[in-house]
Write a protein that binds this ligand. Structure first.
Ligand code: ACM
Length: 718
């Protein structure tokens, strides 16, 4: 009885507090609802004033009472945010507004979106629409990647060839992929407005005149959005070097091993040219920041160049990364002279004292660093410890060109909070970034940006105490109607199931839980490999626990049928789950570290791509020892590997396994020889398995790399 009363009180309490959540995104810092309503027509006056003494940048206070609507804001941007909140309340309550007082301000100063205008182009109208969208979500940065190998998009009066030639291309591989991929999805077809026929050639492209860019800047300023131009250098510059090949170290505008041949840091005329370009960029864009890229610079041609080598010697540099820092620092100095701050991608920190100790090659501390290389360990820590300001856009989850990335991962992205308190002042904020290789048209771009931008807006504005995933999803359900009404073609696929898997060592089971972008999905699942139906087990929010090998098949039910694609995962709690793994010879390759020492024993299997963060990659043979925690009977060993020969991923030549009870005396070595030809194409995933006998606590494994990369995701011991 006591329990029943308690539950009743709890549910009344949660119902009433539930009913009191307002539909504002991002959710305000502090909302005091007075549990009453006041009728105020749309035409009711709003009294507003700026008070610069409010405690937080861009703070606003919004009061709705019988006396009317009253706004105080710390800045003009704050005033805009107050009106935005009011507009969202109006959309929810119309004239019958709740009596309330709101105190609100952003958690992070940088809340943005990046669009890559080079790989595929966007009209000025589309950019202005994104400014409107950012303003609606109280975001404030639109970063435009205006130049890259595939196209130069900004008119430069001094060098008209940059757009006359550099803004147009014959269809490249990315265009062909788009044309091919979207053959069966006409709504995502390549935008015909950017295709022209010229002198018998079909060309793709476009560019913004300076006048157009000025109008965009003015439009954005009125909405308190800063446009951040990015002119990528010294790599990703084929649009420059195909016109001025003399600017590369070899005098050729070719493609290197992985990336295009960069500009030379040893040629004075390169700096002169870039400074002239930046003069015009600075003239058009009044932004505090200018982004100069500095990502993915392939330095082979610098190594081949006598001029570059002499420069290295003269400056006392030991690495070509230091030479890149020299280049970046020089451009940075130029921007500083012009009163601007520089942003560069995080690749640019490598000249300093980490991988390549070389004080002379350090990036200057006042460079702002944009973090994207999520697979490289500890970058945010390094960046901030070096004293740089940091802007977060880690490829996972903030690169949104793949529309399947879960909303959950953006809403819950932990990285910004992992920077220690003492360095938090260096965290400017974050953005989602839309690389354009597959952005065939605006619907496709919308589809990739939304609704994840909405989740990011709340992640970067609302403090963690105020964020509530379930409540956000309820508000997003409402917001989707707003997106539709504003002709935003948001993704529906993100609503699919996402799964989280953990091992429970105490209960000796795997735990699987599901999430969905839908607020209240009807998730059904089976454990026998059959397709779930409305009468299958219902997932109620409690993790599913699995011990013996089982296949979980799950789906969201819609109109009585399971929504495609189904979620299918084989799970088992085997003896190696949670085992401690020691790497006794080589460790993983830094770019493919997966879950580091936990990779082989976390019970998670990789998918079909070795870059999914579940496969660990090695360029050498390696040895690991598993400690199962106690001596136990063992019958079977198996370890999964992948082959995909085009990018250089091969099965190991052989795998050797030996068992021990004490970690010193090992029994007979079992050898598993590879039988997959190293010429076999496609993605092949295969377990290397052998039987075991007797008892073991320690299992020693030797994996022989025959060539290229070896990738493995899990060791199973039964
Ligand atoms: C990048 O994705 N190359 C910054």
């Amino acid at each position: 009885m006591k329990n029943t009363i308690f539950l009743l009180i709890l549910s009344i309490f949660s119902l009433s507090s539930w009913a009191e959540r307002i539909h504002v995104i991002p959710y305000p810092v502090k909302v005091e609802l007075k549990n009453s309503r006041v009728s105020l027509p749309q035409s009711a006056p709003v009294s507003s004033k700026i008070d610069a003494s409010l405690g937080h940048a861009d703070e606003y206070r919004l009061n709705i009472s019988r006396k009317g609507i009253d706004i105080v804001a710390q800045s003009k941007a704050g005033l805009q945010y107050a009106y935005e909140t009011l507009a969202q309340l109006r959309a929810q309550y119309d004239e019958n507004l709740p009596v309330l007082s709101i105190t609100d301000y952003p958690r992070y100063e940088w809340r943005g979106l990046m669009l890559d205008c080079s790989r595929h182009f966007y009209t000025l109208e589309y950019l202005k629409k994104q400014v409107d969208m950012l303003a609606h979500y109280k975001m404030n940065r639109l970063h435009l990647h205006l130049t890259d190998d595939q196209g130069w998009r900004m008119e430069i009066k001094r060098y008209p060839e940059l757009t006359q030639q550099g803004a147009w291309r014959t269809f490249n591989q990315q265009d062909s992929i788009c044309i091919d991929t979207y053959k069966d999805q006409p709504e995502f077809a390549l935008d015909p407005r950017f295709i022209i026929h010229n002198g018998g050639r079909t060309l793709y492209g476009g560019y913004y005149t300076q006048e157009e860019l000025r109008s965009l800047v003015a439009y954005a300023q009125e909405r308190h959005v800063e446009i951040i131009p990015e002119i990528d250098m010294p790599g990703h510059t084929q649009a420059i070097s195909s016109i001025y090949p003399q600017f590369t170290a070899t005098g050729e505008a070719s493609w290197g091993t992985i990336f295009s041949v960069p500009l030379s840091p040893a040629k004075e005329e390169v700096y002169t040219f870039l400074q002239h370009v930046l003069d015009e960029v600075i003239d058009i864009f009044p932004s505090r920041y200018i982004h100069i890229g500095a990502d993915e610079v392939e330095k082979n041609t610098w190594r081949e160049s006598r001029e570059c080598r002499e420069m290295m010697e003269r400056l006392g540099f030991k690495t070509y990364e230091a030479l890149q820092s020299y280049f970046v620092n020089r451009i940075h100095d130029y921007l500083k002279q012009k009163g601007r701050e520089m942003i560069c991608w995080d690749d640019a920190i490598e000249g300093g004292d980490y991988h390549a100790p070389d004080a002379a090659g350090a990036l200057s501390t006042d460079a702002n660093v944009m973090y994207w290389r999520y697979w490289v360990g500890g970058v945010p820590q390094r960046v901030t410890e070096l004293g740089h300001h940091i802007i977060f856009t880690p490829g996972d989850p903030m690169y949104v060109a793949n529309p399947d990335g879960p909303l959950y991962n953006i809403y819950h992205y932990p990285g910004l909070d992992l920077v220690p308190d003492s360095l938090q002042h260096l965290v400017r904020g974050g953005q989602v970034s839309l690389w354009g290789e597959s952005m065939s048209n605006f619907r496709r771009a919308d589809y990739c940006i939304y609704p994840r931008l909405v989740a990011l807006a709340e992640r970067l504005w609302t403090p963690s105490e105020g964020r509530d995933w379930q409540d956000f999803k309820e508000r997003l359900d409402v917001e989707k109607a707003w997106l539709t009404a504003h002709d935003v073609h948001y993704a529906r696929t993100n609503a699919l199931l996402t799964a989280m898997q953990t091992a429970d060592k105490d209960r000796k089971c795997m735990l699987l839980s599901f999430d969905s972008e839908y607020a209240n999905p009807d998730i059904r699942y089976t454990l026998d490999g059959t397709v779930p139906t409305v009468s299958s087990l219902r997932y109620d929010g409690e993790p599913i626990s699995i011990t013996d090998p089982q296949t979980v098949t799950a789906a969201i039910m819609e109109n009585g049928t399971p929504r495609e694609p189904l979620f299918v995962r084989e799970l088992e709690y085997h003896k190696a789950v949670g085992a401690t793994v020691s790497y006794t010879t080589a460790r993983w390759h830094e770019s493919y570290k997966a879950a580091e020492v936990a990779t082989f024993t976390d019970g998670r299997r990789g998918g079909n791509g070795y870059g999914d963060g579940l496969w660990q990659g090695f360029t050498r043979s390696f040895d690991v020892v598993l400690d199962l925690g106690s001596v136990m009977p063992v019958k079977e060993f198996s370890m999964r590997f992948m082959q995909n020969i085009d990018p250089g991923v091969f099965m190991p030549g052989k795998v050797e396994v030996a068992c021990s009870e004490d970690g010193t005396n090992y029994g007979a070595v079992k050898t598993i020889i590879n039988d997959t030809p190293d010429t076999q194409k496609g993605t092949i995933i295969k377990p290397f398995a052998t039987s075991l006998e007797g008892n073991a606590r320690f299992v020693k494994v030797h994996v022989e790399n025959q060539k290229g990369f070896v990738f493995s995701d899990e060791i199973v011991i039964r």
